[in-house]
Every structure is written in structure tokens, then in C-alpha cells.
Design a binder for this molecule. Structure first.
Ligand code: SAH
Length: 211
């Protein structure tokens, strides 16, 4: 297993998607094989997305690395993830935010179970998986220092902007068939774009934007 992880880390570094030592370490300590369906264990360390359930996916490792780097999570920051899926992305964030809890919302009930089981098997104790609609955020625990949306959105849901703390960072893939990865920050002037990169493909964020 260690050998396969190291090989994957080298691939991600080679692509320029993994540059920070602490993120490399968080990924190393969060073996992806705990988060992929049994029949796909052999492919756990390939740099490719893998189907989970209900036609949903666990994201490609180098994309997870890139998003984690942009999100810039430090110890004790409060993070919300929209689209828990397998729980792998939240488990990596949980290593960086420790001892704070990461809140991860998932719409599909069977994926909620899947993520909770995976996190338990991987011994990750500071992620709370919530069954709900991520478009509404998680007002009970707001504001969040970081919000990461791991499904394609047409635009950023207003509730999530409201639940972002001042100076906080929100990261999301925006677009229909293909997406731009966009990093926003909440400033005194409102929400501003800080970084943008083309060429991503995510499953859609499903639901009503209500505004
Ligand atoms: N971050 C995940 C991959 C996410 S794939 C991982 O590391 O494995 C996107 C996920 O978003 C899917 O699991 C999908 O079911 C979920 N999703 C789609 N629309 C949603 C919504 N409105 N609220 C919460 N989750 C949603």
C-alpha cells in the first residue's frame, strides 16, 4: 500500500497539483483504498475518478490535491464540504483542520452511509457527515472559515455566501458541461474572485437554487 501511495504522490507532484508538504502528508495518511467501493480497491491509487453509487464519483486524486491546496486549511479552521460522496476529500481536510470538526453534507442517503463507514474504517473522528441539501448549507454551525463545493454549480448558492465568515474562502467548480475551478474570498467589498482555472469535470450539484 505505501509503495502505491508514494507512486500516486509522485504523479500528483509531477502534474504540479501537489506542492505543499503538509498536504502531501495529509494525503499520505488518508489511504484512498478506504474510500473506494470494494470492487475498485485495485484502482484506488490510480489518478482517476472512480464511480461510487447512484452514478456519483470519488474525485480524481490530483484534483483533490489541487482543491485542498487552494482551500488553504489550517488547524482549528471550521470547514464545510458540500458533496461528501465517499468522504475522502473531507478526511484529508480533517487532517489539516484538526482538532476542529469538518462538516460534510451529502444529498444521497446511501452515500451518507458509505462516507460514514469509510471514515470510521479509516479512523477519522473529526468529520460529521450530514444528510441534507448542501445548497442550503448548514446554518446550525455557521459561519465557516472555508467552504468547498465538490459538485458542479451554475452559480454559488446565496446561503453558502451568507454562511462564509469574513475573510473566508469558498472554492467551487462553476459551469455546466465543463467547469472552471473558482476561488472566492469574502471581503469588505463582498465576495471576490481570487483564482480561476479551466478544464474541470464534476457531477452536478442537484437541487433548487431558490433565488
Ligand atoms: N468529495 C467527494 C466527491 C463528491 S462527488 C469525494 O471526495 O468522494 C459530488 C457529490 O455531491 C455526490 O456524492 C453527490 O451525491 C453530491 N451532491 C449533489 N448535489 C448535492 C446537494 N444539493 N447537496 C449535497 N450533496 C450533493
Amino acid at each position: 500500500m505505501e509503495e502505491k501511495i508514494e507512486r500516486l504522490i509522485e504523479i500528483m507532484k509531477g502534474k504540479g497539483f501537489l506542492t505543499k508538504h503538509e498536504i502531501e502528508d495529509a494525503i499520505r495518511k488518508t489511504p484512498r483504498e478506504f474510500f473506494v467501493p470494494k470492487q475498485h480497491k485495485e484502482e484506488a491509487y490510480d489518478d482517476r475518478p472512480i464511480e461510487t453509487k447512484n452514478m456519483q464519483t470519488i474525485s480524481q486524486p490530483s484534483v483533490v490535491a489541487r482543491m485542498t491546496e487552494w482551500l488553504d486549511v489550517k488547524p482549528k479552521l471550521k470547514v464545510l464540504e458540500v458533496g461528501a460522496g465517499s468522504g475522502w476529500q473531507s478526511a484529508i481536510i480533517a487532517k489539516l483542520a484538526y482538532p476542529e470538526t469538518v462538516y460534510a453534507i451529502e444529498k444521497h442517503a446511501d452515500l451518507v452511509e458509505f462516507a460514514r463507514n469509510n471514515l470510521r474504517n479509516a479512523n477519522v473522528n473529526n468529520v460529521q457527515v450530514i444528510h441534507g441539501d448542501g445548497i442550503l448549507g448548514f446554518p446550525k454551525k455557521a459561519p465557516f472559515d472555508r467552504i468547498i463545493i465538490t459538485a458542479a454549480c451554475e452559480k454559488i448558492p446565496n446561503s453558502l455566501i451568507d454562511q462564509l465568515s469574513k475573510g473566508g474562502i469558498l472554492l467551487a467548480p462553476i459551469g455546466k458541461n465543463t467547469q472552471k475551478l473558482v476561488l472566492f474570498q469574502k471581503t469588505k467589498q463582498g465576495i471576490v474572485e481570487k483564482k480561476i482555472e479551466d478544464g474541470y469535470v464534476f457531477v452536478p450539484l442537484v437541487g433548487n437554487y431558490n433565488d
